[in-house]
Design a protein around this ligand. Structure first.
Ligand code: GAP
Length: 514
């Protein structure tokens, strides 16, 4: 695991962002708990998403559907038959893998060889090095690239056709070994359904299989007409929802990137059939802007167009973020056609149609979906913001600080109120008064323990954008406090009212949405 990633995981635990679930019992694989700082950051992410998607759009409304749904829902949605991952076991290590991930990891190893050759050549040629030309002319690199493409094509074909035999042959042909045992002693590749099931005892003695929802989207589809009728929305309009989803992931790794219980923020936008490509482009851009608005640089975000489309989509792209382990999916934008509403209509026998007064006709609307994992967004923000920086200490010497440069709107604590020393009631009482006033407006912390420098470092480590220090001058002289800015380290004397105005203005969602 990359060093930076290890630091993120240990920082997240040390400062109360994320803990392994039921840790006293050795934890539960791919399940995590959010600590006091984590829950604030997560709530802020959800709140900013909700405000941007629901409150800022006249034609998008909210919903909070139940996690349990009628079992037929998952038959209609295709999840019972097609929500599978190909899995394979190694008979020597007894470890289970996702077959496609084994192949992708194998491709990544070849890519690492390409990158090594490129780095060597860049060093040799210096400023005159042209990477694109090198890759298209160097025979060894060209060989690697051809091989990668060949494997990728075979993988895509096998996945598209659901051909598990072809997948096994690919693993054998490439001589892929188990990372634990180092052997090629593989089982056949089998399809593994990712839904968790449980039982509902409704009528005495009779039990019905229930699924924990693997996506929040279906709660929106089955409520489409309820919402449309009660809100009298006209197409195009959207329904948004934030909620838990559950997937029995075969490969559980990379911390909160791939969890078995996670949270999604999804929006289904109902549109006229035939207009989906226009809305697909619109939502791709709108969602990309949302990510950039939080300060994520363009170079850390990119689109990835899907070649293998899910069973319900006619166009799809991911917004990928540069995680410490490479560019990976953060959010999906799918054009879901009328697949879901059409299937629910068919299986339930209930009409899920919209009467379009402009066209004077009934139709099953098409749907454009934006779907982002809240936990993945959380990990993206942790990775983006956690930094080590060399800064001057109070004596002007260089020191290293760990700081989370979270956008102030997302920061768990917006301001820390700090009396310069702890055993002077004049200072502590004054500081507490400021704290009692400010906490009515935003999330603040009062802290009097340890030297002021250490308290600043603690606040830097949880990403608090502002510290207010109450010192002797505040009491004896001007009533002004010192306002310290986390990023610039600038300290300025301001009145409490001025400090409050600066904090509230820069930490409010309105600063991003206005
Ligand atoms: N309704 C569409 C849907 O569920 P998806 O691409 O399977 O599409 C959407 O999931 C988003 O949910 C992903 O982009 C990702 O951010 C998040 N997600 C999916 N599986 C996840 C998991 N096991 N752990 C954490 N987040 C996950």
């Amino acid at each position: 695991m990359d060093d930076q990633f290890k630091k993120i995981i240990s920082h997240a635990k040390e400062y109360g962002f994320v803990y392994p679930s039921s840790e006293i019992y050795e934890g539960l694989s791919a399940v995590y708990d959010y600590g006091p700082m984590g829950v604030e950051l997560k709530n802020n992410i959800k709140s900013y998403w909700w405000k941007s998607m629901v409150q800022m759009h006249d034609n998008i409304v909210g919903l909070d559907a139940a996690i349990f749904m009628h079992p037929k829902t998952w038959k209609a949605s295709g999840h019972v038959d097609a929500f599978n991952d190909p899995m394979i076991d190694n008979k020597d290590s007894n470890k289970r893998y996702r077959a496609d991930v084994l192949v992708e990891d194998h491709i990544a190893k070849i890519e690492a060889k390409v990158n090594k050759e490129v780095a060597k050549a860049a060093k040799r040629f210096g400023d005159s090095f042209d990477e694109a030309q090198y890759k298209s002319t160097n025979p060894r690199v060209m060989g690697y690239l051809d091989k990668m493409q060949g494997i990728q094509d075979r993988l895509n074909e096998a996945m598209k056709a659901g051909d598990m035999t072809a997948m096994k042959t690919l693993i054998e042909d490439e001589g892929i070994v188990c990372p634990i045992s180092g052997t090629k002693n593989w089982t056949e590749v089998r399809q593994f359904n990712l839904m968790f099931s449980t039982q509902l005892g409704n009528i005495a003695g009779e039990e019905t299989a229930l699924y924990l929802r693997p996506e929040t989207a279906q709660g929106i589809f089955v409520n489409f007409l309820n919402v449309q009728k009660t809100t009298r929305q006209k197409i195009p309009f959207g329904i948004a929802q934030i909620g838990k989803a559950f997937r029995n992931e075969i490969v559980a790794r990379q911390f909160i990137f791939r969890m078995r219980e996670f949270e999604q923020m999804e929006m289904q936008f109902f549109i006229q059939p035939g207009t989906e490509m226009k809305w697909y482009e619109y939502w791709k851009e709108t969602r990309m802007k949302w990510h950039r608005s939080l300060g994520t640089p363009e170079s850390h975000l990119r689109f990835h167009k899907h070649e293998n489309l899910a069973h319900y989509a006619n166009a799809a792209a991911d917004i990928e973020f540069q995680f410490p382990f490479g560019f990976k999916e953060l959010e999906g934008i799918h054009s879901r056609t009328d697949f879901d509403l059409g299937s629910h209509q068919e299986l339930s026998g209930k009409k899920l149609q919209y009467f379009d007064p402009e066209l004077n006709e009934n139709y099953v609307p098409y749907v454009l979906e934006t779907s982002i994992g809240c936990d993945r967004m959380f990990l993206a923000m942790l990775s983006e913001s956690l930094q080590e920086e060399v800064v001057p200490d109070s004596k002007g010497n260089e020191t290293t600080r760990t700081v989370m440069k979270l956008h102030p709107v997302l920061a768990p604590v917006k301001a820390a109120i700090l009396p310069l020393v702890k055993n002077k009631p004049a200072l502590t009482e004054h500081a507490k008064k400021i704290f009692d006033e400010l906490k009515l407006y935003t999330n603040c912390q009062y802290d009097e323990k340890d030297a002021i420098g250490r308290r600043y470092r603690r606040q830097d480590a949880i990403g608090t954008p502002y510290c207010i220090t109450v010192d002797f001058e505040t009491i004896e002289d001007d009533g002004k406090v010192t306002l310290r800015d986390r990023d610039s380290l600038e300290q300025k004397r301001v009145t409490v009212a001025e400090a409050k105005a600066i904090i509230l203005e820069n930490c409010s969602e309105a600063s991003l949405l206005g």
